[in-house]
Design a binder for this molecule. Structure first.
Ligand code: MGD
Ligand code: MGD
Ligand code: SF4
Ligand code: MO
Length: 663
């Protein structure tokens, strides 16, 4: 029997592999034996005919791919990198990579090629939370653990559909409910998650800042501020209090679309309950004001002192299995490595550690900027930007301009592969090993369960081959993920709050390790004056507005059994079809107006593009709002490309669209 960990979502469930079967690990703390359908079927995804098994190459994206050797492919990539100006080279990585993969790619780009053009799909996922945690707590640190829900009295889930996106955590929420936990779900849709809620608030998309400002206002007005905590630990309280004296309450409530009675019902629950966790995901982060939405939530916890105590805190739920590990390593272009920024002192430390002089102090290109920057070489690994970036027609035009696009993928059928010149076959989950950090700072090891397929290589090995070809043989002579992890552990000593050096690679095979527990125990903030910051934020109504021509607001999101583009889950053999791949939820009032019936095929279009979908008529969605799942691979032809100006995270959730019946 081998113990490993699921490679899908941020819950990071422990599992056991025996006699070619996967079962949940009953002693693993996160899931206690439970797995969802994705975890159970990990092995099936390894053995599909759509695996990419050999390197492929073509001169032009209109040509057919031909197989090639590793030697020749790596040679071509390294030669092109060597002759290109360094700022014209980019790595587009993924929150699904293992920490060791990240480490090697990051070291190569930031330490040896010499630019910070390394970014990840996490930019589209939780970069707003990263920025907000840094602004408020002074560090990118999630101050809540999943087990805290058992000590909470009230869980507010806002813009998060745990029933479909964090399935095993959702099971745990249901258990906590039986123990007395009250649950409020704030989501324009009555989601599967809302079914377990004591109160569902179907607020208007994009009005979360108004909502949480109303909460903060009431906290102040009704004397619920924890004066002692605020006095000792929090900045900007007087400022916030003054600002809140003048906010237009009626207008704010009106913008949320909620009635005064609905808000009072919420407020009763809020007031009555001592320990409160607010958890959020994409309904908050994916917004043109994603950072401010996060801050509006965090404010409520700072004002009431409901942070760093059992069963309390602002809890950003990370989506991907190792987006957190990526944040720790420094996989975003807006940080350096191990939570260090680009100040002189940090650059010096990192240069010394890597024994290089190349580390640049210039912030690198973010995910979308890489496509806009006229790069000479773009290497995309473990993610499918042409599928996942907004305004796809524009992205397709941009990627076509890049002379060398390399894709490292374990499967051959990504949308991006239509625009690449070289495809390199990666060994997927089960064929490789390494570490990952889940959404509550738990680090575990994925184990190799089967032999590696024909010509595939682990992602870190592929970056190492490129590094070696570029001449950096000494800095890149790792022979195993263990060696990489150990070097990374040494590096985390540059920023000791990342106490990852307190575990070991061997130990991680047996038991998980949770970093940063001391930060909670010591109630530490990492700002200059060691105090958390309140921020006054306002809803600036910056999202795309509906109009007569495009009268619907489009929401997008997950379904339980599919994983994004579906390369691993949309397989005939897994039969994971709890929900259709392609459907559009629409309210009965709108269906009637448009004379649309259940099952009709409709065309949904925005000013940017269109897609076809099949109608589901349901009261579960607000009037004038529609929902299309991300398992529809065409989803981003219609989404808008507005970004949060600080986090550069896209505003996927509020695009103005129209609907026409096709048949
Ligand atoms: N089955 C499955 N699970 C997954 C994934 C997957 O592909 N499949 N992906 C993983 C990843 S990477 C991620 S990031 C997570 C995402 O996890 P979630 O964010 O929980 O999943 P989504 O379905 O995107 O849900 C976002 C919710 O926000 C709501 N929403 C939209 N706009 C607003 C708004 O303005 N305000 C509020 N309050 N709510 C709004 C939507 O109706 C939707 O229910 O899931 C992870 N888990
Ligand atoms: N409209 C809309 N768009 C969205 C979102 C949304 O809610 N709405 N959500 C955004 C978010 S939060 C996210 S995280 C992104 C997700 O978007 P993507 O990251 O593009 O989606 P995936 O399908 O998970 O892509 C993972 C890729 O990695 C490949 N792969 C699998 N295993 C391996 C491996 O071991 N090695 C390598 N090299 N490759 C492997 C898979 O075949 C697949 O092509 O989408 C973003 N886009
Ligand atoms: S909840 Fe997430 S980590 Fe757990 S089995 Fe399902 S996909 Fe895997
Ligand atoms: Mo995500």
């Amino acid at each position: 029997m081998i113990k490993s960990v699921c490679g899908y979502c941020g819950v990071g469930c422990g599992l056991e592999f025996e006699e070619n079967k996967l079962i949940g690990d009953v002693v693993y703390p996160t899931n206690e034996g439970k797995l969802c359908s994705k975890g159970v079927s990990e092995l099936i995804s390894i053995q599909t005919p759509t695996r990419l098994l050999r390197p492929h190459i073509r001169e032009n994206i209109n040509d057919e791919y031909k197989t090639t050797s590793w030697e020749s492919a790596i040679n071509k990539i390294a030669t092109k990198i060597a002759i290109s100006p360094k700022e014209k080279v980019g790595f587009y990585l993924s929150g699904q990579l293992l920490t060791e993969d990240y480490y090697v790619a990051n070291k190569l780009m930031k330490g040896f090629i010499g630019t910070n053009n390394v970014d990840t799909n996490s930019r589209t996922c939780m970069s707003s939370a990263v920025v907000a945690y840094k602004k408020s707590l002074g560090v990118d640190y999630v101050p809540v653990r999943m087990k805290d829900i058992h000590d909470a009295n009230l869980l507010i889930l806002v813009g998060a559909n745990t029933a479909e996106a964090h399935v095993v955590f959702h099971n745990r929420i249901k258990v906590a409910k039986k123990e007395g936990l009250k649950i409020i779900v704030i989501d324009p849709r009555f989601t599967d998650t809302a079914k377990v809620a004591d109160l569902h608030l179907p607020l208007k998309p994009g009005s979360d800042i108004d909502f949480f400002n109303l909460v903060s206002k009431r906290i102040i007005d009704e004397g619920l501020v924890d004066e002692k905590f605020v006095q000792e630990n929090v900045n900007n309280y007087e400022l916030l209090k003054n600002k809140f004296k003048r906010v237009p309450i009626t207008k704010m409530l009106k913008r949320t679309g909620l009635s005064p009675e609905q808000f009072e019902e919420f407020w009763q629950l809020y007031k009555e309950n001592k320990n409160i966790i607010t958890a959020w995901t994409m309904g908050i982060n994916q917004s043109v004001q994603g950072v401010d939405k996060n801050l509006a939530i965090i404010n409520t916890h700072l004002l009431t002192g409901k942070i760093y105590t059992k069963g309390n805190g602002p809890f950003s739920l990370t989506g991907q299995p190792n987006a957190m590990g990526g944040r720790e390593v420094g996989g975003l272009s807006t940080m350096l490595a191990v939570h260090l920024g680009f100040e002189k002192e940090s650059i010096k430390k990192v240069n010394e550690f890597w024994n290089t002089t190349k580390v640049s102090s210039k912030v690198g290109l973010t995910a979308t900027q890489m496509l806009e920057a006229n790069l000479d070489v773009l290497i995309i690994c473990h993610t499918d930007p042409i599928y996942h970036l907004p305004n796809r027609n524009k992205m397709q035009e941009l990627i076509k301009k890049i002379p060398l696009v390399v894709e490292i993928n374990a499967y051959e059928n990504s949308e991006t592969s239509k625009y690449t010149h070289i495809k390199l076959p990666a060994a997927p989950w089960g064929e490789k090993e390494g570490t990952q950090t889940n959404l509550d700072r738990t680090i575990t090891k994925q184990e190799k369960l089967t032999r590696i397929s024909i010509d595939c290589k682990a992602d870190w090995e592929i970056f190492q081959l490129i590094a070696q070809k570029l001449g950096h043989k000494k800095a890149f002579n790792f022979t195993s993920p263990k060696e990489i992890f150990q070097e990374y552990q040494e590096m985390t000593k540059l920023n000791p709050h990342l106490n990852i050096y307190d575990t070991s690679y061997e130990k991680l095979s047996k038991e998980p390790f949770i970093w940063g527990e001391k930060i909670t125990e010591n109630k530490e903030f990492f700002t200059k004056d060691k105090k958390a910051n309140l921020h006054f934020v306002e809803n600036k109504l910056l999202s795309e507005k509906t109009n007569l021509k495009y009268p619907f607001t489009l929401l997008t999101g997950r379904t339980r059994d599919q994983w994004h583009s579906g390369t691993k889950t949309n397989l005939p053999r897994t039969l994971l079809k709890y929900k259709e791949l392609n459907f559009c939820e629409i309210n009965p009032i709108n269906a009637k107006q448009l004379n649309i019936q259940e099952g009709d095929i409709i065309k949904i279009s925005s000013i940017r593009g269109e897609l076809e979908s099949k109608v589901i008529i349901t009261e579960n969605i607000r009037v004038d709002t529609i929902f299309v799942p991300v398992s529809n691979r065409d989803i981003n032809f219609i989404t808008n490309d507005l970004y949060d100006k600080e986090s550069l995270q896209p505003d996927y959730n509020q695009s103005a669209v129209k609907i026409e019946k096709v048949s």
